[in-house]
Design a protein around this ligand. Structure first.
Ligand code: NAG
Ligand code: NAG
Ligand code: NAG
Ligand code: NAG
Length: 950
C-alpha cells in the first residue's frame, strides 16, 4: 500500500495543477454534506467552468509561451517506478476463462473451426468424475467455443465460418496432455553435442539462466510427443544444479514464426522495441507466472563434489541474497523521488526476490525424506511456496511433511509410475505412491522428464500404470491434465474441456487408460496436428472406463516397511487349482480355450485342464483367475538386470567389463568375459520382474569392446548362483556391440571379419568361440540401432560367414533393411519396443500409430523377420507383459495374442539360442493378460517344483 501512495505522490507532481480544485472540494468535507446534491451540482458547474478556463489557458500557454514544466523526473527514477509498478502488482491473479473468451491470444488467423460430433468427453470437471456421452465440441478462434449440442453451430462462429465436421461415433475426447516436467528442446533428440543445453555446469546456483534460451526448435520429438497427445509442457533446466534456472511453458506445435518465443504460453516477458521499464528489452507481464527449477540431493552433490549439507546451504545462501535484494527493491520503491541510484534490478538475483514475492512457481527435483524435509524448511525460512516436488520418490512416506511447506496449498507431487531404484535416493520408490498420495489429498501429477526416462509421447501410459496400481480413473486422467495445469498456474485456460479454454483437445482410439491407447488426432489451439493419422480400430472393450487395481495390501506394506517391503514371495505351494480360466498360452503356437475353466497343478506341473473333477483334492488351495489365463514365463533381455542392484552405485554392480581400449587387446589377449561370472541375485528389480511374470532373464557383459562376451540365462527369483536352477545356461550367445564407442564401427567390423576368417589366434577363447559363430554353432547377438551398421553385418555374413546365426538387439532402424534381414534369417530383438530416436543411430526409427500404420515389431513381422522384444533399463523388466500387450493392441492385424506373447517368450528363446525343451516355468494371470488390469496371481519358476502365490 505504502508503495502505491508514494508512487501516486510522484505522479501527482505532473497532475497537481489540474487536479487541485478537486482535492480542495474533497478536503472541505463536502462529500458527506446533507445538501450534497445541490452543492455538488454547483461544484460540478464551477469545476466545468474552471476546467474549461484552465484548458483555454493551457492551450494558450502551450502555443504562445514555453511550457512551464514541473521539475522533470530523472529517467532512472521514471524507469525504476515502472519496476515498482510491477512489484506492487503482486502474484498473478488468474481468473478462469469463460465462454466469453471468443478468441485465444494464440489463435492463428485462418484456422478453420472444428466440430467434433458425438464424442464421449472426459472434461476434468467434478474432480475428474464427469463424463459426457454423445456430446459435441466446437473449436473456434483457438478456444473451445461450445460443449454440447447446438442446432446451428454456424451461428456461434466468430472466425472464418469454415467448419470441419468430424464424426466421432462415441470416441473418447480429453483435454490435451500437460507435462509438468519436460526437457524438450533443451535436451533435443537425436542427442548431439550441439543439442546439449539441458544443464549449465558453471555453478550449482544459477537462478539467472532460462530454459527458453536453449530451446531448440529442431527437436525431433515435437511431433512424436504431439502424436501421444502432449499439448503443453513446462520445460525445465536439468537437475545438475541446486538452482538450475528459470523454466518456461511451451506448446511445441509448428508456428509460422518457428521460434521458441512463438511457442511459449503466457510468456512472463513481452518483447518491446524500447528498453524502458524492462529487462534487456523485455517487459515483465506481471499477470503471467514465472517458473524456476531447483534440485535437491544427489545430483547437485555429485556434480559439484559436495554433500547434502552443502546443497542445503546453497539454497539458504541464495535465498538470503534474494531476500536482501527484495528488501532493497522495496526500500527503493518506498521513496523513488529521493533515490540517487537506479532501481536495484540485479539480473542475477531478481528471480529469487520474485520467488519470495510469490510470482514464481518453484518446481524442485527432490527425492528422499531428508531432502524434502530440508527443502520444506527452506521454504518456511524464506516464506515462499513450492509448486511441485518432482520425482519425489519418498513423498508417499511423508505426506504430512508436504502439507507443512509454506504457502496456501501443499506442493503438487510429480511422479513416475515405475522408474525407481536407479540411484540410492530412488531406492525406496513405490508404484503405489500415486494412489497413497492422492488418498492423502495431495495433487498427484504423472510426468515424463522427457526425453528420458519417459518419452512424453507415452506420458498417458504413466497415468495408466498409476491407475493399475490403485489410482482411480478420475485421478489418473487428472494426473496428466487438470493437476499439472493447476501446478503450473495454467488451469485458468488449460487442463479442462471447458468453454473458453484453449482448444487443446485429444481424440483417442480407446479409453485413454487402456493399454495402447493412442490419439486419433491432437488439436492445439484448435489446429489439427497429425497429418494423415493412422487410426487403429479398437474393440468395444477398449472403450470402457477401466477399474483401478486393488493393491491395498501391497500399498500398506510399502508404507509400513518405510519403502523397503519384502518382495520375496510370501506363500508357496506344491499343488493348486485355478478356476475361472479362460485361456491357456502354454504350448504349441495357438491359444487354447480352457474347455472347463479349471487348471489343476501338482508338484508345479499342470496335470489337468477342463472339468478335472477327479484331480482335485478338497484341501488344495483354489485361486480364482476371474477369466484370466496361464502363459509361459516371460524373459527379459537387453538391460543390466542382475549386473547391478542400484545402477548408479558402483558398489552394487559387477563393475566395468574388461576395459578394452585398443583393437589389439581382444585379438591378442583373446580373453572372453562370461556374464555368468558377474551375475548377482536377490536385487529388487529381479524380484519385481518375477512378481510381474518375468521368470528368467538373459544378461550379457557390459563392455565397449567389439566382443562383449558370453551371455547367461538365469532365474530371476533365485537367491544365489548355486541354488538349483539359478543359472539356466552359462554358455549362451556371443554378444557383440557395434557402436562407435572407443573405436570406429569400421574398425570393429574389420576385427570381426578377421576373427571370423580364423586369422586370429586360434587357441584363444575368443578365437575358438568365433569359429563356432562362423559355423553357426553358436548364435551371435549384435547390439546396434543403425541400419547402415546392420547392412555392414549383412555384407560380412554374405561374404565371410554365410552360416552365421545373427540376431540384432536394439535395431530401431532395422525396418529399412527388413527384406534383407528376412532373406539372411537375421532376427530382431526390438529394444525398447516403444523406441524413440534418442541417438543419431536411431534417427530413422519407425514411430508406429498414429504416425505410421505399423509399429516396428509389426512391420518386421509382416516382412517375414523373426521378432522379439527386449528391455533397455532394468527397472522396466516388470513392464515386459505390458509391452507385448501394447504391440498386440496396436497391430492386431499382424499379431494374434499367442504371437504377441511369443515376442517375450518363444521367439526370444529362438533368437537367443535358449533351449525350449527344458522350459517348465509358467505364470497364472488374473483378468485379461492383454489389458491394463491383468495381474499376476501365481508363478512357477524355472526348474523348481513349487508355485509362488501373489
Ligand atoms: C453416437 O455414437 C454411438 C457409439 O458409436 C452410437 O451408438 C450412436 O448411435 C451415435 N449417435 C448418433 C446420433 O450418431
Ligand atoms: C520509452 O523511452 C522512449 C525514449 O527513450 C520514449 O520515447 C517512450 O515514450 C518511452 N515509452 C514508455 C512506454 O515509457
Ligand atoms: C478417487 O480418488 C480420490 C483420491 O483418493 C478420492 O478423493 C475420490 O473420491 C476417488 N473417486 C471415486 C469416485 O472414488
Ligand atoms: C510436424 O508436424 C507438422 C504438422 O503439424 C508438419 O508441418 C511438420 O513438417 C512436422 N515436422 C516434422 C519434423 O516432421
Amino acid at each position: 500500500m505504502g508503495i502505491y501512495t508514494r508512487i501516486g505522490s510522484i505522479k501527482g507532481v505532473e497532475e497537481s495543477r489540474l487536479a487541485s480544485p478537486v482535492e480542495d472540494v474533497e478536503s472541505a468535507g463536502l462529500k458527506d454534506h446533507p445538501r450534497r446534491a445541490t452543492r455538488s451540482a454547483v461544484i460540478r458547474e464551477r469545476l466545468l467552468i474552471g476546467g474549461f478556463a484552465a484548458l483555454l489557458y493551457l492551450v494558450w500557454a502551450w502555443t504562445e509561451f514555453p511550457f512551464p514544466s514541473p521539475k522533470p523526473v530523472p529517467k532512472f527514477v521514471a524507469d525504476g517506478i515502472k519496476q515498482c509498478d510491477i512489484i506492487a502488482h503482486g502474484p498473478p491473479k488468474k481468473v478462469h476463462f469463460t465462454k466469453d473468451r471468443l478468441v485465444s491470444d494464440r489463435y492463428v488467423p485462418g484456422t478453420g473451426a472444428v466440430w467434433l460430433k458425438n464424442a464421449t468427453l472426459w472434461t476434468g470437471e467434478n474432480d475428474g468424475e464427469e463424463i459426457l456421452r454423445g456430446a459435441d465440441v466446437l473449436l473456434d478462434g483457438g478456444v473451445i467455443r461450445r460443449i454440447g449440442h447446438s442446432s446451428d453451430i454456424r451461428e456461434l462462429l466468430v472466425t472464418s465460418g469454415n467448419v470441419q465436421e468430424v464424426e466421432l461415433n462415441g470416441a473418447w475426447v480429453t483435454p490435451g496432455i500437460v507435462d509438468l516436467h519436460s526437457h524438450q528442446g533443451d535436451s533435443a533428440i537425436p542427442s548431439l553435442n550441439g543439442y546439449d543445453d539441458g544443464n549449465s555446469l558453471k555453478g550449482s546456483v544459477q537462478p539467472w539462466l532460462r530454459s527458453l534460451d536453449g530451446f531448440n526448435t529442431h527437436d525431433q520429438s515435437f511431433n512424436l510427443s504431439i502424436a501421444g497427445g502432449i499439448t503443453t509442457s513446462l520445460v525445465l533446466p536439468g537437475s545438475a544444479n541446486a538452482i538450475g534456472g528459470q523454466a518456461f511453458v511451451f506448446k511445441a506445435r509448428a508456428t509460422y514464426e518457428n521460434t521458441p518465443s512463438s511457442m511459449q504460453v503466457e510468456p512472463p516477458y513481452r518483447k518491446v522495441a524500447h528498453t524502458n521499464g524492462s529487462i534487456g528489452g523485455w517487459v515483465r507481464e506481471p499477470d503471467h507466472w514465472r517458473h524456476i527449477k531447483h534440485a535437491c540431493g544427489e545430483n547437485p552433490a555429485r556434480v559439484y563434489g559436495q554433500t547434502r549439507m552443502d546443497d542445503a546451504w546453497d539454497f539458504r545462501k541464495a535465498y538470503a541474497k534474494g531476500r536482501e535484494l527484495k528488501e532493497k527493491q522495496d526500500r527503493w520503491c518506498a521513496s523513488p523521488s529521493t533515490q540517487t541510484e537506479p532501481f536495484p534490478l540485479d539480473l542475477e538475483w531478481e528471480a529469487l526476490a520474485d520467488v519470495i514475492r510469490g510470482n514464481v512457481k518453484v518446481n524442485t527435483h527432490c527425492y528422499e525424506a531428508t531432502d524434502l524435509d530440508s527443502f520444506v524448511r527452506v521454504s518456511n525460512e524464506f516464506e515462499f511456496a513450492v509448486a511441485g516436488f518432482h520425482h519425489a520418490h519418498e513423498t508417499y512416506l511423508v505426506p504430512d511433511l508436504l502439507k507443512s511447506a509454506y504457502g496456501p496449498e501443499p506442493p503438487a507431487v510429480a511422479l513416475f509410475a515405475l522408474f525407481a531404484r536407479y540411484k540410492e535416493e530412488a531406492y525406496r520408490g513405490s508404484e503405489f505412491a500415486p494412489r497413497i498420495l492422492a488418498d492423502a489429498g495431495l495433487n498427484v501429477v504423472m510426468k515424463s522428464d522427457h526425453p528420458e526416462p519417459i518419452s512424453s509421447r507415452f506420458l498417458i501410459f504413466e497415468a495408466a500404470q498409476a491407475h493399475h496400481y490403485g489410482l482411480n480413473f478420475s485421478q489418473a486422467l487428472g494426473s496428466v491434465t487438470t493437476h499439472p495445469a493447476h501446478a503450473m498456474g495454467m488451469d485458468h485456460r488449460l487442463g479442462f474441456l471447458r468453454e473458453g479454454y484453449d482448444a487443446d483437445v485429444v481424440v483417442w482410439d480407446s479409453f485413454p487408460l487402456t493399454l495402447g491407447a493412442t490419439p486419433r488426432q491432437t488439436y492445439i489451439d484448435g489446429i489439427p496436428q497429425i497429418v494423415n493419422p493412422h487410426v487403429v480400430d479398437k474393440p468395444v472393450e477398449a472403450q470402457q472406463v477401466t477399474q483401478s487395481g486393488d493393491y491395498d495390501r501391497e500399498a500398506r506394506e510399502a508404507v509400513q516397511s518405510r519403502g523397503d517391503p519384502d518382495l520375496h514371495p510370501h506363500e508357496s505351494v506344491d499343488d493348486v487349482v485355478f478356476v475361472n480360466v479362460a485361456q491357456l498360452y502354454l504350448s504349441g503356437s495357438v491359444a487354447e480355450q480352457a474347455a472347463g475353466s479349471k487348471v489343476v497343478v501338482r508338484g508345479g506341473k499342470v496335470v489337468c485342464t477342463g472339468e478335472c473333477e477327479q484331480d482335485v483334492d478338497k484341501d488344495m488351495p483354489v485361486v480364482d483367475l476371474k477369466g484370466g489365463s496361464l502363459t509361459r514365463g516371460l524373459i527379459s533381455v537387453g538391460s543390466p538386470l542382475g549386473l547391478a542392484g542400484i545402477d548408479m552405485e558402483e558398489v552394487t554392480s559387477d563393475g566395468d567389463a574388461y576395459d578394452v581400449t585398443s583393437v589389439a587387446a581382444d585379438v591378442l589377449d583373446g580373453i572372453l568375459v562370461n556374464a555368468a561370472d558377474g551375475i548377482s541375485f536377490d536385487y529388487k528389480n529381479q524380484l519385481l520382474a518375477y512378481r510381474h511374470g518375468v521368470t528368467s532373464a538373459v544378461a550379457f557383459p557390459t563392455s565397449s569392446s567389439v566382443i562383449a562376451g558370453i551371455s547367461v540365462h538365469y532365474s530371476t527369483s533365485a537367491l544365489h548362483p548355486l541354488e538349483s536352477g539359478a543359472i539356466l545356461n552359462d554358455d549362451g550367445a556371443l554378444f557383440i556391440k557395434l557402436d562407435n564407442e572407443d573405436m570406429s564401427v569400421s574398425t570393429k567390423l574389420a576385427v570381426l571379419r578377421r576373427l571370423l576368417l580364423g586369422k586370429a589366434e586360434q587357441d584363444t577363447e575368443v578365437g575358438e568361440v568365433l569359429q563356432k559363430v562362423a559355423s553357426g554353432e553358436k548364435p551371435v547377438v549384435v547390439v546396434t540401432d543403425k541400419a547402415d551398421v546392420m547392412a555392414g553385418l549383412v555384407r560380412l555374413k554374405r561374404k565371410v560367414a554365410p552360416k552365421m546365426k545373427i540376431s540384432l538387439l536394439g535395431a530401431l532402424e532395422s525396418w529399412l533393411i527388413a527384406d534383407d534381414l528376412a532373406k539372411e534369417d537375421i532376427g530382431v530383438i526390438v529394444t525398447p519396443p516403444r523406441g524413440q530416436p534418442l541417438t543419431w543411430s536411431s534417427r530413422r526409427h519407425l514411430p508406429g500409430p498414429p504416425l505410421t500404420s505399423q509399429s516396428l515389431p509389426a512391420y518386421l513381422a509382416s516382412r517375414g523377420v523373426r521378432v522379439a522384444i527386449g528391455t533397455d533399463w532394468a527397472w522396466k523388466a516388470p513392464q515386459t507383459r505390458l509391452e507385448a500387450a501394447w504391440i498386440y493392441a496396436n497391430n492386431p492385424e499382424v499379431f494374434d495374442k499367442f504371437s504377441a506373447l511369443s515376442l517375450a517368450t518363444g521367439n526370444l528363446r529362438t533368437l537367443l539360442g535358449l533351449s525350449d525343451d527344458s522350459a517348465d516355468d509358467w505364470v497364472a494371470w488374473e483378468g485379461d493378460v492383454f489389458s491394463i488390469q491383468g495381474r499376476v496371481r501365481a508363478v512357477k519358476a524355472p526348474s523348481r517344483a513349487r508355485v509362488d502365490l501373489f
